[in-house]
Design a binder for this molecule. Structure first.
Ligand code: HAM
Length: 429
């Protein structure tokens, strides 16, 4: 007979992670906290496809950005159409906004989203190939109050997640009226440093000089680079000043960073990044965003101003873990009902429904299993409690509730069992 070869176990794709039960609770509680904050700021949820035409990102994010140049997961469908796993949320939401005419009824529209994004980055701490973003997009309001609201919203969310020691860095990168002049000045500055620039920055100098300020290798060399704020048109200057005033009156802690630019090309005017204090380096920003007044039109819609941000869930979780690590130890949970004999099985089935309706995890053994095998099952499934119900218990009207962790036991009148379990579980949660 042919010998069976042992199968090699497969692993998750590079940079992609399983979210195991010990961590998925944290994701779920961040999501539900976020939903409450978004609702209070009057944002409603939008869910867009995880895959979009690759061209959407090429047009929206920009051909000479890191994301489009080297981080997109592009594949072809059977009709030879180029699709891309979304590297970010904004482009898809703008596409959906235009396609579904979302500004038609209420020209001011505010959306939030929660979902996985994909970038083929070199995996390291805080940088993954699949990660979850929580973000918002605010359409139809060009006033500085909308920029400020977005920053205040990001701040509120991060505070709600339990991080208080954060830094918000703010800048403006001007508009199509004033930015070309700034880019000329920046180009001249970069020309002067040409011999000192990395290869990428030499290309950027010609194609996209603003991106040089964000270069992972060279950014430190540009401490004396011209500042965007010194080359703004009057409208951008007043807009920016007003955003800062709004932030001050909302008492949001922020600092101006006159050389802050973003890695995506669609931004105009306000840009911002949020860091954990003392961690502005390698792991990257917790959240980032800004205004993008040209994007809706650039993707085929009417000219509609917009502003938004996104927060990296894993980066926030890493910070929270550093403060209080999650335990990977599995804890016992739920109650296992053990029927002995047919009459008890009937009772157990009714009880099972009641306990589950009360929101307590519950299971039961089968009528034809011995007490020993049911006890073993309760233990193997990790039940916290078990209740043995046989003829004696049915006759006495009292059930023994046994804690499988502490081994302690308590007799409880039959009709009080559900309430006792509810009380124990409400103390825990
Ligand atoms: P972004 O700066 O590319 O902006 O990403 C926003 C946040 O997503 C980052 O600050 C970071 O927390 C998280 N993030 C990005 N890449 C990774 C990664 N490889 N691994 C883990 N976390 C990551 C945007 O995506 C814009 N769409 C934000 C925006 C919305 N602007 C306007 N509206």
């Amino acid at each position: 007979m042919e010998e069976k070869k042992p199968q090699e176990p497969l692993q998750a794709a590079r940079g992609m992670h399983d979210i195991l039960p010990s961590r998925s609770d944290r994701y779920a509680s961040m999501e539900s906290a976020a939903r409450k904050v978004f609702s209070a700021f009057n944002y409603t949820e939008i869910r867009t496809p995880v895959m979009e035409p690759a061209e959407l990102y090429e047009r929206a994010i920009g051909e000479t950005t890191d994301i489009v140049e080297k981080e997109m997961f592009v594949l072809k469908d059977r009709g030879d159409r180029r699709l891309c796993l979304r590297p970010e949320g904004t482009a898809g939401i703008v596409r959906a906004y235009i396609e579904n005419n979302l500004g038609h009824e209420f020209p001011i529209a505010k959306f939030f989203y929660i979902g996985p994004m994909f970038r083929a980055e070199r995996p390291q701490k805080g940088r993954y190939r699949e990660f979850v973003q929580i973000g918002s997009e605010y359409f139809g309001n060009e006033r500085p109050a909308a920029d400020a609201e977005t920053i205040i919203l990001a701040h509120s969310l991060i505070k709600k997640f339990g991080l208080s020691d954060i830094q918000i860095l703010v800048n403006t990168i001007g508009c199509p009226a004033c930015r070309p002049k700034y880019l000329e000045v920046l180009k001249a500055y970069l020309e002067g440093k040409k011999n000192d620039l990395c290869e990428n920055c030499r290309t950027r100098l010609v194609k996209n000089p603003l991106r040089a300020l964000d270069c992972k290798e060279d950014a430190d060399k540009f401490g004396d680079a011209p500042k965007t704020v010194d080359h703004l048109c009057e409208a951008c200057r007043t807009h920016y000043a007003s955003v800062l005033e709004h932030l001050k009156s909302a008492q949001v802690p922020f600092a101006e960073r006159p050389r802050l630019v973003r890695g995506l090309d669609y931004y105009t005017r306000t840009v911002f990044e949020v860091y954990s204090t003392g961690n502005t380096g390698s792991q990257g920003a917790l959240a980032a965003g800004g205004r993008y007044d040209g994007l809706v039109e650039q993707l085929g819609g009417n000219p509609v101003p917009a502003v938004g941000f996104a927060l990296g869930v894993e980066r926030v979780l890493n910070e929270l873990d550093a403060a209080s690590p999650v335990s990977d130890a599995k804890s016992r949970r739920g109650v296992f009902l053990i029927p002995l004999g047919a009459p008890a099985y009937e009772v157990v089935q009714k009880l099972l429904i009641q306990v589950r309706e009360a929101g307590i995890p519950a299971e039961s053994g089968a009528a034809d299993q011995s007490i020993k095998s049911q006890m073993r099952l309760a233990d193997r499934i990790g039940a916290e409690y078990c209740v043995i119900i046989g003829d004696n218990e049915l006759a006495s009207g009292e059930f023994a509730l046994k804690n499988l962790e502490s081994k302690s036991q308590q007799n409880i009148p039959k009709d009080k069992l559900v309430q006792v379990l509810v009380d124990r579980y409400s103390v825990k949660s």
